[in-house]
Each structure stands twice: as structure tokens, then as C-alpha cells.
Design a protein around this ligand. Structure first.
Ligand code: UDP
Length: 324
């Protein structure tokens, strides 16, 4: 099977491409490299440097290859940036996806896997969060993802494009072989920030609030290893290939870890103290985000395998030998 992977040079996309090729699929990566890294794309995979906002160039790629399915990662994904510059997010995420879907529809492709997010749930009323929880996004990034999920639903009904939307919790960790990993600039995420402090690249971790209603007062998140996410996308492709109907799945481990636990686990793995301070809460941070992952386990036959120690040790292996 020939799979188009948009955003395949990005953090999540590149780990998916590596796994996909390993299990015997053909992959073509489409990426504008605005945030991705060409070094993340395996040498035996074709990289097409194209911006999805450019419909003509996008369509050319569909004419050049015959794709059986599309996995769509390409998007801007920083919550804070989306609040400051919503135009950037709506333009990039929505226009890019509309062009992509036009090319998908015109090429008669009917299998589409979409990279969605748990931030669609906003401040959830019930934890762990199941797919039945109401969707109430609270920032432009999550709004853009919600709009795309709605568009996919309508396209699925009208044009028969079957899709799976995967709502990730906190993607973390790196390739256990150390070839690829997380490389964002600026870096907003807790685990890489913590490891950068251990490497002397930052002075300390700022913990955004310790007065939440959680066991140690810091926020709980569900950290899911990037290869477990990659594996779920492969299962989603298999599901669609076997005639599965359009659906939505949460992807998380089902366990919550606090900010302090992340720092303590990193200290244990590295064998050094990591300096931190408690600062004000960050606007828009819910106290607890933990997945109810039963549906993905049952329907996709998916099982996450990496625990927090393995997540942080693969991330540490990458950050302490970072190649790009
Ligand atoms: N966090 C923090 N300090 C940082 C970055 C993050 O205390 O420098 C906290 C943040 O408030 C959240 C958790 O760590 O509770 C994970 O944040 P991250 O930005 O990694 O992912 P998010 O949950 O926002 O997608």
C-alpha cells in the first residue's frame, strides 16, 4: 500500500513514517519543512517539499503517485501561538486541509487518518475522558482541529471518504533507536524542557502552578509514547482497509502523571537533581487530562507499551545526543 503522509518530517509524523516503512508499507512524505526537519525522513522515503496551501503543487503530488490512503499530520500545533495569532492557525490548518481533501476527493481516495487532539475537550467535566465527552475547545488551535473533524464527518457522509480521527493526549518520548526525536524551536513542552535543564541549556523548569486540585497540586497529564501513537495510526489504516467506518478514538495510556512526577522521574533516570521553581498557573491549563482509551483498545486492537520511565529514557537518549 502506498501512503501519503503529510507533515511526515514533523515530530509525530516522522516516528509514524519510520514504523510504517518497517512494517512494509510504502510512504511518501509531503512537508513544507516550515517546522519539520528533512533529517527526520528516512533516506529510502521520498520527501516532497510542498505547502498544502498551494493546491496546484499538492495536486501534482497526487498525480505523480497513486496513493491508497492519506495520513494527515501537517498542522501548526502550539496552543499559545494560536491564541496570539489565530489567523496563522486558521489559514495554515484549515486551508491546507481543505486543499488536501480536494485532492483526496478528486483522486478517488477513500481512506484518511487525521491527527486530532485531546485539547478538543477543553476543561472536561469527567476524567478519564471518553470519546463521548462533549467537545468544547478553548483555543484557536483546538478550534481548527474541531472544524476539521466536522469537515471530515460531512465529507465522509457526502463523498464516502472514510476517516479515523485520533485524539492524542500528550505525545512524548523519542525513537528508541535514537535516530529521530523531538526538536521544536521554541520548545513549549514539559519533558524536553526538563531535559534541557539537565543538559545545562536552561536554568530551571518553571512549574505552572502547584495549587490545582490534584494529589501534589501540579497538573496531571497522560503522556503517550510517540511509537505507541505511530502504532495506533497503522492500526487505524488497517481498520479502514478492512472496511471500518468513520470514527474517532482517544489515544493515551489512561494514566495521569503530575508535573512534579515528570521532574522526579527524569532525575531518577539521569541521576542528577533538576532545578525548578513554582510560578503562576499558565492560562488555559486544565488540572487533569487523562484518556479513557478503551475504545481504541477494543476497536483498533491497540495497546500502548511504553510506561513513563521508558518515555523519559528514550527522550533523554535523544536529547543528550541530539542530531538536529
Ligand atoms: N508545564 C510546566 N512547565 C513548563 C511546561 C509545561 O509546568 O515549562 C506543565 C503544563 O502546565 C502542563 C504540563 O506541564 O500541565 C504539560 O504541558 P505541555 O506544554 O508539555 O503539554 P500540554 O498538556 O499543554 O499539551
Amino acid at each position: 500500500m502506498n501512503i501519503l503522509v503529510t507533515g511526515g518530517a514533523g515530530y509525530i509524523g516522522s516516528h509514524f513514517v519510520k514504523q510504517l516503512v518497517k512494517v512494509g508499507y510504502n510512504a511518501v512524505v509531503l512537508d513544507n519543512l516550515s517546522r519539520g526537519h528533512k533529517e527526520s525522513v528516512p533516506a529510502n522515503v521520498n520527501l516532497e517539499i510542498v505547502d498544502l496551501k498551494d493546491y496546484k503543487s499538492t495536486r501534482t503530488i497526487f498525480n505523480k503517485y497513486k496513493f491508497d490512503a492519506v495520513v494527515h499530520f501537517a498542522a501548526y500545533a502550539y496552543v499559545g501561538e494560536s491564541v496570539e495569532n489565530p489567523e496563522l492557525y486558521y489559514t495554515n490548518n484549515l486551508i491546507g486541509t481543505m486543499n488536501l481533501l480536494k485532492a483526496v476527493k478528486e483522486s478517488g481516495i477513500n481512506k484518511f487518518v487525521f491527527s486530532s487532539t485531546c485539547s478538543l475537550y477543553g476543561n472536561p467535566l469527567k476524567v478519564p475522558i471518553s470519546e463521548n465527552e462533549s467537545v468544547k475547545p478553548i483555543n484557536p488551535y483546538a478550534h481548527s482541529k474541531q472544524m476539521i473533524e466536522n469537515i471530515l464527518k460531512d465529507y465522509s457522509e457526502a463523498y464516502g471518504i472514510n476517516y479515523v480521527a485520533l485524539r492524542y493526549f500528550n505525545a512524548a518520548g523519542a525513537d528508541p533507536e535514537g535516530d529521530i526525536g523531538e526538536s521544536h524551536d521554541p520548545e513549549p513542552h514539559l519533558i524536553p524542557i526538563t531535559l534541557q535543564v539537565a543538559l545545562g541549556k536552561r536554568e530551571k523548569v518553571s512549574i505552572f502552578g502547584n495549587d490545582y486540585d490534584t494529589p501534589d497540586g501540579t497538573c496531571l497529564r497522560d503522556y503517550i509514547h510517540i511509537n505507541d501513537l505511530a502504532d495506533a495510526h497503522i492500526k487505524a489504516l488497517e481498520y479502514l482497509n478492512n472496511g471500518g467506518s468513520s470514527d474517532i478514538f482517544n489515544l493515551g495510556t489512561g494514566n495521569g502523571n503530575s508535573v512534579l512526577e515528570i521532574i522526579r522521574t527524569a532525575e531518577k533516570i539521569i541521576g542528577e537533581k533538576i532545578k525548578f521553581e513554582i510560578t503562576d498557573r499558565r492560562a488555559g491549563d486544565p488540572a487533569v487530562l487523562v484518556a479513557d482509551n478503551k475504545k481504541a483498545k477494543q476497536v483498533l486492537d491497540w495497546q500502548p507499551e511504553f510506561n513513563l520511565e521508558k518515555i523519559i529514557s528514550t527522550a533523554w537518549n535523544w536529547h543528550s545526543n541530539q542530531k538536529y
